[in-house]
Design a protein around this ligand. Structure first.
Ligand SMILES: *Cc1c(COP(=O)(O)O)cnc(C)c1O
Length: 408
């Protein structure tokens, strides 16, 4: 196997690319994975070389620790090779740092930012908090309402932050259309693509300008690291890279090595998680206690048709809403689960459950979604992150916990 020429991978299928991406021989040497290069100082041959230092401030060249070393470079290159249309990838110390790194690249005082109303709550508060302090105005829009979205643009709209499916409530919007409209209006579209990853949604190919991910979730995959990434075409990549350098964003080589390790099993894990989640979603759909399953991968569920048209995959994360019951009933259900941890985050190998109340993190979209269209559907929902356990064990666990829900 000779992966010294990284372009070899371009013609391969996704699973093959996930295995080979970023494994340049000059970085790995004679072993399979790039070693962990712990480094702040990069040494120069002599003063003449030092004087040329800034020339070395480019990808794949030693310069200074903040620009990373081969371990981080291998991760960046791997992520770029997995995102069709990307010229490069910047990595950040968390998913939230990736979001702020991207927005602080694109926006300046006086600009207007549009944020999808169902975006991850810290993204929303970045708009209303950090960016407001820097003179950027944020407006929220319903990504399912194309007319209102189109009308939300003004002369000063510089960027649009999208996320699909919606955080907690899992609405699936028409991303190619939203991206096309943004481009027509002269704005840059940014997608938080953490849910599908480029394996499930080839964002740049579908018209998105910058695709970002919380690597903390599926790429890490083992609930033991925090990291984020942003991939883009040549011009925006250069801008992101420059701003990340100004902001001092860097990730440790140890974490980069962990992320690379997680990455190698990404396609396998996503496929298994998605299959298990679908099976569990189908089980929940048949239960009288459940008013609505919010899972775009599930035929007949809200957003399924758009998902089936644009996405090639999904993952184990979805939500459902109880039919009737109280918040205490809902919480009793979550507490009765034995195989699910209770916690934030997702994308690890283990299953998690989270009581959800998206209403407080919405300005214009309804909760539960209008598409729930069931008078009995109330606002008590649960988000499940399905891991790699046997789905039949998870179903049995959910079944016994539903008995606790009814035991009010
Ligand atoms: C978790 C998450 C983030 C933030 O990632 P952190 O690494 O926790 O900062 C961003 N977007 C989405 C969709 C997430 O789920």
């Amino acid at each position: 196997m000779n992966l010294s020429d990284s372009t070899d991978l371009k013609t391969t299928r996704t699973a093959t690319r996930v295995v080979g991406a970023g494994r340049r021989k000059e970085w790995t040497g004679a072993v399979v994975n790039p070693p962990v290069w712990r480094a702040s100082t990069h040494l120069y041959e002599d003063t003449a070389a030092l004087a040329r230092g800034s020339q070395y401030n480019e990808d794949g060249r030693f310069f200074y620790g903040r620009r990373g070393s081969p371990t981080q470079w291998a991760l960046c290159e791997a992520l770029t090779q997995l995102e069709p249309g990307a010229a490069g990838t910047v990595i950040y110390p968390s998913g939230v740092a990736a979001i702020s790194g991207v927005l602080l690249t694109l926006l300046k005082p006086g600009d207007v930012l549009l944020i999808s109303d169902n975006a991850y709550d810290p993204s929303r508060s970045m708009g209303t908090g950090l960016l407001a302090d820097f003179g950027v105005e944020t407006r929220f829009f319903d990504p399912l309402d194309i007319e209102a979205y189109t009308a939300a643009f003004c002369e000063k709209t510089r960027a649009v932050l999208l996320e699909a499916p919606g955080s907690l409530s899992m609405e699936m919007c028409d991303l190619p259309q939203l991206a096309r409209i943004a481009r027509e209006k002269g704005a840059i579209s940014v997608l938080d693509n953490t849910w599908a990853s480029p394996l499930g949604f080839a964002a740049l190919e579908k018209g998105i300008d910058i695709s970002l991910m919380a690597l903390t979730k599926h790429v890490g995959g083992h609930s033991d690291l925090m990291m984020g990434s942003a991939s883009a075409g040549p011009e925006l990549y250069e801008a992101l890279r420059k701003r990340a350098q100004q902001l001092g964003n860097v990730v440790s080589p140890d974490d980069a090595a962990l992320a690379l390790r997680g990455l190698r099993t990404l396609s396998l894990r996503l496929r298994q998680e998605a299959a298990s989640a679908l099976k569990i979603a189908q089980f929940l759909q048949e239960r009288a206690e459940v008013a609505q399953v919010l899972c775009p991968m599930l035929p007949g569920a809200p957003g399924h048709d758009v998902w089936a048209r644009d996405f090639t995959g999904g993952c184990g994360l979805f939500s459902f809403v109880f039919r009737g019951g109280t918040m205490e009933d809902r919480n009793r259900f979550v507490d009765a689960l034995q195989l699910f941890g209770i916690g934030f985050s997702w994308g690890g190998y283990e299953s998690l459950a989270l009581p959800i109340q998206p209403k407080s993190a919405r300005s214009v979209m309804p909760w539960p979604p209008v598409s729930a269209n069931d008078a009995a559907a109330d606002r008590h929902g649960v988000r499940l992150a399905i891991g790699l356990e046997d789905p039949d064990d998870l179903i049995a666990d959910i079944e016994q916990a539903l008995a606790a829900w009814k035991g009010a």
